[in-house]
Design a protein around this ligand. Structure first.
Ligand SMILES: [Zn+2]
Ligand SMILES: [Zn+2]
Ligand SMILES: [Zn+2]
Length: 939
């Protein structure tokens, strides 16, 4: 007789081969057909409300690994919260406006800004953005991310654009918004602003000048207080701050003098006056002074750090305007005087420094590059800054010009006309971040839970030093700055009724309506009078809002609009760590201004995806791995497993080798599920379930132990430590289940009669473990957990939900935790470890092949006290150890606690165990007593 055919080898529809690239899309289709997301949403209504609010990716290009990491982490959180009993809807969104889309579109159309009308461009840009929304949506769904994909939020929608415009109006009404000057690249020949990409560098001949600014008397006095020792100078001696510049024409716009805060400065005495210069550069400057005034140049005893000079005041030698000393760390000690002339209207760095110290932005240059009357010096009006202005400035400086020579250097030029460009400040809209508001922002940052915790320092550091927010852009594709200017005096119109009307118009017709409707129609029936000059003619602002303002108001356009009541108790933002500078800040600012609070309670950040060696992924390096590539080859669950195993707080490494390792880890989980499912295929939860008190002790223990695992898993999720969740589950599956429990009960499942109470007991444990593991893993390995769950459902007699995502942690059958039982079995595992060590040695020595051949003697005298007390109380050692015979006695003539020899017992041909009772029946001489009973019952 072939006894192997009487062993319980059951079939399951959960195959060994995962075939995820085929199976996952079928499951996605099933989820869509069964409207799973809606069911989850319905189930969650009325529960505690946890909202993960999606930061919108930019609707341009294909998704890359960074997108995948971000979306998968979000999905972990949302799915966990759902399974933990929260209402946690996920509404994805896209950022649809902005320059990158304009650029890509022009490239695609082969046209420039002047060859399409604003309205035509806006229509095309919307179509372009929507096509990428569709593309990215398909890829995000394929990752297994569940959410309201049919109704995403789009910053180009009419409703969203209306919210943007309303938020701008509210901020303006509350006094946060103002018009101010800001420098940018300007071509005086083409009379246009240039983007950074439209500038190229070429050699240019420039004037290099050393110029002195006289310190005001009160500053000389205050300088004396700081100096060590105090200046030896006479009361009437003049002190000057010496600067060097290669653009003399920017001197009329000077409002500041920047010292490096940490560097040392000294006073050189020459020609009866004192000159403040950097100590490191004094030798070179002494030569200049000597040439100008004749020798000798004396270094006075005065020496101070740049930070001590902060706040000193000097006079502009051209027109006497005040110039204030500020600090900037970008000041170098390589050339010049170590003091940088600051003209906030004519340079980006100058402007930032000016913003930080409240310096005035002066821009006396018109669009053609000529000084206008605000230059403050009659002789300079009408002079062209790239032609005759420098010469005139130098003439006017007189003795305040200490040195001049010409030199050639690399200078930005216009890419179209090839002429040198200038920096020129133009009027822009700003959101004011003053000290009072800054304090409010910082207080709100403190009220947020930052994950990881050090994120709080990053964002606070940035908010502490951030300048006002420049809101306007001179582009086409964005939400309009819907403001009218008085044609006569340029005063912007302030009228709440007008604002409400415009917002309503945009809500109905979209942002383009602002550009389409004539001013008269927009003003119809309203007073329409300039508050400043009583003028009645107006023109539209054509600039658009910064695209960051769009996404920065999503707390209003999405969260408040969609969930007015009940409001979420917790709102979480989860983005890459670069968003401390971006979305976290741009959302915080309008929300604190208008609502007095941060728009989120929890802000979690993750690092970036790098290659296996820690390098940035780039096309030129050839080290890019696309998410689509892994999904097509291995499946989305492999990608999800990689995210789960990574410590996302740092940069996350990915290489083909890492992917292969993930495939191995995945296989272990899959095999665990498969073994559990295969051995419960004939089980019925309703009819065969064994109550806990009647279960075999080992089965009861594994469930008790799983309670401990489950609580660690839940804690891991609560702390957003997904790698801790995964490693706990991995350890449980690989070590506790595969390494012991499943092995120990294998014989019971394969060889006991199908309906034997012992087998049903193990199956009951298997059923609960499968469900528990599926729920624990569902946020991470979504597809495989669902596949296991649906297979388990077949044996559950209607007692399981129709998807693992409709199950929940609190619904899992659980045993009360039994510390004594758990401790006992952990000790059993210790003893088993001792025995297995000896077994391995004997195997290697060739004494025996399998554990079933082993005859074990354990000497309790050599065990520790805990083990000794336990070892005699267990009868089932052969079963636990899967060995033929186990003898517990003190009469071993060996130093070892455990001795193993080959057993003399014969092998049962059915169960392969070596038992003393094999051959007790003459008709079945190859069977053990247990197998004999099973066979006879079968027969
Ligand atoms: Zn040009
Ligand atoms: Zn006016
Ligand atoms: Zn047997």
């Amino acid at each position: 007789m072939d006894y192997s055919k009487t062993v319980n080898l059951l079939q399951t529809n959960f195959p060994m081969k995962a075939d995820l690239p085929t199976r996952e899309p079928a499951m996605l289709a099933e989820w869509e057909k069964s409207r799973l997301t809606e069911k989850i949403e319905r189930k969650g209504k009325g529960r505690p409300f946890f909202l993960l609010h999606d930061g919108p990716p930019y609707a341009n290009g294909d998704i890359h690994m960074g997108h995948a990491l971000n979306k998968i982490l979000k999905d972990f959180v949302v799915k966990y919260k759902t399974l933990a009993g929260f209402y946690s809807p996920y509404k994805p969104g896209w950022d649809c406006h902005g320059l990158p889309i304009e650029h890509a579109l022009f490239k695609q159309l082969g046209k420039n800004k002047h060859q399409v009308t604003r309205i035509e461009l806006r229509e095309k840009a919307a179509g372009y953005a929507l096509s990428f929304v569709d593309k990215q949506r398909a890829d995000f769904k394929r990752l297994g991310v569940l959410g309201d994909w049919e109704n995403p939020y789009l910053t180009l929608s009419k409703e969203y654009e209306a919210s943007i415009v309303e938020t701008f109006f509210d901020l303006r009404e509350k006094g946060y918004v103002y018009r101010g000057l800001k420098p940018g690249y300007w071509c005086a020949y083409d009379e246009t602003a240039l983007a950074e990409a439209e500038v190229e560098y070429a050699d240019k001949k420039s004037d290099s000048v050393y110029v002195r600014f006289q310190l005001k008397p009160e500053s000389v006095a205050s300088l004396a207080l700081h100096c060590h020792p105090s200046p030896s100078a006479q009361n009437d001696m003049a002190f000057y701050v010496l600067i060097w510049t290669t653009t003399p024409w920017t001197l009329p716009a000077n409002t500041g003098l920047a010292f490096h805060p940490q560097e040392y400065y000294v006073v050189l005495e020459a020609g009866g006056a004192g000159y403040i210069v950097a100590e490191k550069l004094k030798d070179n400057i002494s030569k200049i002074l000597e040439k100008k005034w004749g020798g000798p140049v004396i270094t006075s005893g005065v020496r101070f750090q740049g930070k001590e000079a902060l706040g000193l005041k000097a006079s502009n030698p051209l027109h006497g305007r005040e110039s204030r000393v500020v600090n900037a760390t970008y000041v170098t000690m390589e050339d010049g005087t170590g003091i940088v002339h600051i003209a906030p209207g004519h340079g980006m760095e100058d402007f930032s420094v000016g913003q930080a110290y409240g310096l005035e932005t002066v821009s006396p240059v018109d669009e053609r590059g000529m000084f206008d009357k605000t230059v403050g010096v009659e002789e300079l009006i009408g002079k062209h800054v790239l032609k005759d202005a420098n010469k005139e400035v130098m003439r006017l400086l007189g003795d305040n010009l200490l040195s001049h020579f010409e030199f050639t250097h690399s200078y930005p030029h216009c890419w179209r006309c090839k002429n040198p460009i200038i920096f020129r400040a133009t009027e822009q809209w700003f959101l004011r971040v003053d000290d009072h508001f800054r304090k409010q922002l910082l207080a709100q940052i403190d009220s947020v839970k930052w994950e990881p915790a050090y994120g709080v320092h990053r964002i606070k550091g940035m908010v502490e030093t951030r300048p006002d927010w420049c809101l306007s852009r001179q582009r086409h594709w964005g939400a309009p700055i819907a403001v009218l200017f008085c044609k006569k005096c340029r005063e912007p119109l302030s009228d709440k009724k007008f604002n409400a009307r415009v917002a309503e118009l945009i809500r109905k017709q979209g942002g383009s309506a602002w550009y389409e409707k004539p001013v008269e129609e927009l003003l119809e029936g309203l007073p329409g009078r300039c508050a400043k000059c009583q003028g009645t003619e107006f023109e539209k602002e054509l600039d658009i809002l910064d695209v960051w303002f769009d996404s920065g108001v999503s707390w209003r356009a999405v969260v408040e609009e969609n969930w007015p009541d009940p409001k979420p108790q917790t709102v979480m933002y989860l983005e890459g760590s670069d968003q401390h500078r971006g979305w976290f800040q741009t959302s915080l600012i309008p929300s604190v201004a208008l609502r007095g609070k941060a728009p989120y309670n929890v802000a979690l950040t993750h690092g970036f995806v790098v290659d296996g060696k820690g390098h940035k992924m780039s096309k030129s390096m050839g080290n890019v791995i696309a998410p689509q590539e892994i999904i097509e080859k291995y499946g989305a669950d492999i990608l999800r497993l990689w995210v789960a195993m990574s410590d996302y707080r740092e940069d996350v490494r990915l290489s083909q080798d890492i992917v292969k390792h993930m495939v191995d880890v995945y296989r272990r989980f899959r095999n665990t599920f498969r073994f559990l499912l295969q051995n419960t295929a004939d089980f019925s939860w309703a009819n065969d379930r064994v109550p806990p008190e009647k279960m075999e002790e080992i089965d009861r223990w594994i469930l008790v132990h799983f309670e401990e695992v489950k609580s660690k898993v839940i804690q891991g999720y609560e702390d957003y430590q997904f790698h801790a969740v995964l490693s706990e589950l991995n350890r449980f599956a690989a070590v506790t289940l595969s390494g012991f429990y499943l092995d120990a009960v294998k014989d019971v499942l394969y060889c006991e009669a199908l309906s034997s109470p012992r087998r049903r007991s193990a199956q009951t444990a298997f059923h609960q473990l499968t469900r528990g593991l599926a729920v624990c893993l569902a946020p991470l390995l979504s597809f495989t957990s669902e596949e296991s769950f649906l297979e388990l459902r077949k044996t559950s007699d209607g007692n399981l939900a129709e998807s693992v995502f409709l199950d929940e942690f609190s619904a899992l059958p659980s045993l009360p935790f039994d510390q004594a039982l758990n401790d006992k079995w952990l000790k059993i595992l210790e003893i088993r470890g001792l025995v297995n060590d000896i077994l391995d040695k004997q195997r290697k020595a060739g004494v025996l092949k399998s554990s079933q051949e082993a005859s074990v003697r354990i000497n309790p005298e050599k065990l520790n006290q805990d083990q000794r007390e336990l070892v005699g109380k267990i009868e089932d050692w052969p079963f636990i150890l899967q060995m033929s015979e186990v003898h517990i006695n003190g009469k071993i003539e060996s130093e070892e606690a455990v001795v193993i020899d080959a057993t003399a017992n014969r092998k049962c041909e059915r169960c392969w165990r070596h038992r003393p009772d094999v051959g007790s029946n003459s008709e079945h001489p190859a069977l053990c007593a247990r197998c004999l009973k099973v066979i006879l019952k079968l027969a």
